[in-house]
Design a binder for this molecule. Structure first.
Ligand code: NAD
Ligand code: UDP
Length: 340
């Protein structure tokens, strides 16, 4: 039965009992997606090399016989021992600037060789394939907010290029497999997403500020703090993933993000207010090529998928702070201090 959402698009029914592969399944987003797909009775294979992912992210599913964890690097051909998949979600790639810049060649290769391995597998299995792209493909945008038809303003040879250009190339490869090889492709451009299970030391602004505030350390605002980002809570994003994958409207990529726009200075003050922390704010140099502003135009997601984020930044931060507070109580503070 096809379900119609309140917008114009039709949705195919959610799969139940199918084999589904998530590359990067032990990561922040991958583990939340695994929760959803397993809860529907699918058998989920999380393929991950544990570069930035953690087995503990999947601990809620550890006793489920519908979860298989496969330690594997996506840049190596996918194992033949895996079953035939009905769907593949391609999420494998470090997402924070600290991690993706640590080995830029590897980051670029994940987005070409890794994407190639995933697409060939999707073609062989007849699987519908989902690709996690990023708002970084817009670079330091000259159009605000950013609609999908904006082509971006990206440095090809800067420190962020391995990721930005890698993701741009991956979009091309996924699109062309769709056009010429009959693979059904769904691509999402994700804007900054946060929530429980972010890696404490991956240097992203939300995890840094929250951990710093909870530990009473200075909050590290880079530059003058006037640069903006739009923060989406993880549950809203995963709901969007599901709608996009089930959508029969083939028009992707689609932006998913929360259009609320905040300066980093505002974010720091909000975290201080919610945590009640008395940490000071310190200024550190702005990283090279740091985008000055970012905000999604979500008209397409809203029209085609009936999707809008529902969790405000304040609500989402409360849940994230609660999560990191629990983590800090379980682990010695020294082992978990935020990356600068
Ligand atoms: P994450 O770092 O928590 O997850 C990435 C996962 O991929 C990790 O489990 C990591 O171990 C795994 N991985 C990395 N290299 C691999 C390789 N060569 N082979 C197999 N596994 C590998 O990050 P995340 O936030 O969950 O991001 C997931 C995806 O979403 C990424 O593709 C990222 O680019 C994209 N994305 C995320 C955001 C965000 O705000 N979270 C924004 C834009 C795009
Ligand atoms: N940032 C900051 N302090 C930090 C970490 C990040 O001010 O401790 C800034 C960073 O310079 C950027 C914004 O916060 O302007 C978002 O950074 P993040 O690494 O989370 O994501 P991205 O730059 O990829 O959007």
């Amino acid at each position: 039965m096809i379900e119609f959402n309140h917008a114009t698009g039709s949705l195919r029914p959610a799969l139940e009992g199918a084999n589904i592969l998530i590359t990067g399944g032990a990561g922040f987003l991958g583990s939340h997606l695994a929760d959803l797909l397993v809860s529907r009775g699918n058998h989920v294979y999380c393929l991950d090399n544990f570069h930035t992912g953690r087995a503990s992210n999947l601990s809620r599913l550890q006793f489920s016989n519908r979860l298989s964890v496969v330690q594997h690097d996506v840049t190596d051909e996918l194992p033949d021992t895996l079953p035939k998949f009905a769907e593949i979600y391609n999420l494998a790639c470090p997402a924070s600037p600290v991690h993706y810049q640590a080995d830029p060649v590897s980051t670029a290769m994940i987005n070409c060789k890794g994407a190639w391995n995933v697409l060939r597998r999707a073609e062989r299995d007849g699987a519908r394939v989902f690709h996690a792209s990023t708002s970084e493909i817009y670079g330091d945008p000259e159009i605000h907010p950013q609609p999908e038809h904006y082509w971006g303003n990206v440095n090809t040879v800067g420190p962020r290029s391995c990721y930005d250009e890698g993701k741009r190339f991956a979009e091309t490869l996924f699109t062309d497999f769709g056009k010429t090889r009959g693979v059904i492709v769904r691509m999402v451009r994700i804007f900054n997403t946060y929530g429980p299970r972010m890696q404490p030391d991956d240097g992203r602004v939300v995890s840094n500020f929250v951990i710093q505030a909870l530990l009473g350390q200075p909050l590290t605002v880079y530059g003058d703090g006037s640069q903006t980002r739009s923060f989406c809570y993880v549950d809203d994003l995963i709901r969007g993933f599901d709608l996009l994958m089930r959508s029969e409207v083939a028009d992707s990529p689609v932006n998913l993000g929360n259009p609320g726009e905040f300066t980093m200075e505002e974010l720091a003050h909000l975290v201080l207010e919610i945590t009640g922390s008395r940490s000071p704010i310190v200024r550190l140099p702005l990283p090279v090529d740091d985008p000055k502003r970012r905000k999604p135009d979500i008209s397409k997601a809203s029209e085609h998928l009936g999707w809008r984020p529902e969790v405000s930044l304040r609500e989402g931060l409360l849940k994230t702070i609660e999560y990191f507070d629990g983590e800090l109580r379980r682990q010695p503070a020294a082992a978990i201090s935020a990356a600068e």
